[in-house]
Design a protein around this ligand. Structure first.
Ligand SMILES: Nc1ncnc2c1ncn2[C@@H]1O[C@H](COP(=O)(O)OP(=O)(O)O)[C@@H](O)[C@H]1O
Ligand SMILES: [Mg+2]
Length: 270
């Protein structure tokens, strides 16, 4: 029964990748991972933040990175965008070793810490991030204001808004140039359940257009919406697979139990 599940999951995954490829008109190029890391390692002095990670993420999927505080999720993402360089191993995005300027124009990154201009308005921030990548049509800015439900506050200075609102603006800024890879570090912290559902609808639409999404999250209900999960503990990927696989391999019945099992049971989510 389990094997059948596994098989049908693989078929679905292949179908998704084929759909995504069709949309990109890539001829008969072989399937290539959007993200590929080999033995990726990062040390900060004595701390090994990421240890020998081999990760593949494909077009059209949402990959959820879970793990307790300090397990290396943010460090991994920062190496994927080339903000920090690995101590050993390689990180490739769209087949290119990072950092790569051309590839970066197809990557959206929402940082865990806020990176907005407090003295600019909501609209100005989105426009500003768009201009980094070239001219962005004004209708794209409006579209994003609608998505994050901040049209009424478009002319308010960011400094005057709540932290949840600022998370929403950060998301809009990471999406403005229509990236093919989206890296979201704790995107829905402080966002109410209704808007979170809207975001997820949007993520799924992006997946259908072939966009690959990697996100970190602490929320189990959110993890359950990912196509695949990677559980990190002390810099290592300790379990990987669909939600059902991660649960069944741990011999548990919920994702939360499986998470505690895989991370050695000694951590709380953080
Ligand atoms: N710039 C840095 N200098 C020193 N240590 C760091 C730095 N960035 C991260 N670390 C350490 O690396 C480990 C992983 O951190 P991080 O990637 O932020 O984890 P997570 O995002 O999973 O909470 C932690 O022990 C953290 O203190
Ligand atoms: Mg982090």
């Amino acid at each position: 029964m389990e094997e059948l599940d596994e098989l049908s999951r693989r078929v679905r995954e292949l179908e998704r990748r084929l759909d995504a490829l069709g949309g990109q008109d890539r001829g008969n190029e072989t399937l290539e991972a959007v993200v590929e890391t080999n033995d990726l390692t990062k040390r900060f002095g004595d701390i090994e933040a990421v240890k020998g990670l081999d990760l593949r993420v494909w077009a059209g999927e949402t990959y959820g990175l879970l793990g307790p505080n300090g397990s290396g999720k943010t460090t991994l993402i920062r190496m994927l965008v080339g903000l920090i360089s690995p101590t050993a191993g390689v990180a490739k995005v769209f087949g290119k070793k990072m950092p790569d300027k051309e590839v970066l124009s197809h990557v959206g990154y929402m940082t865990q810490a806020e990176a907005l201009y407090q003295e600019l308005t909501v609209r100005e921030n989105i426009r500003f991030f768009g201009r980094i990548y070239g001219e962005i049509p004004e209708e794209r800015v409006e579209e994003l204001l609608r998505l994050i439900e901040l049209r009424e506050r478009a002319n308010a200075k960011v400094a005057t808004l709540s932290s949840g609102m600022r998370r929403r603006i950060s998301l809009a800024c990471s999406l403005v140039h229509k990236p093919r890879l989206l890296l979201l570090d704790e995107p829905t912290v402080g966002i109410d359940p209704q808007l979170r559902a809207t975001f997820w609808q949007h993520f799924k639409q992006l997946n259908q257009q072939g966009v690959a999404i990697i996100l970190t999250s602490h929320a189990m209900d959110e993890a359950e919406r990912c196509d695949r999960l990677g559980l990190m503990s002390n810099g290592r990927l300790v379990a990987e697979g669909s939600v059902a696989e991660v649960i069944s391999r741990a011999g548990k019945s919920t994702l939360e139990e499986a998470f505690l099992y895989h991370s050695g049971g000694s951590h709380e989510m953080g």
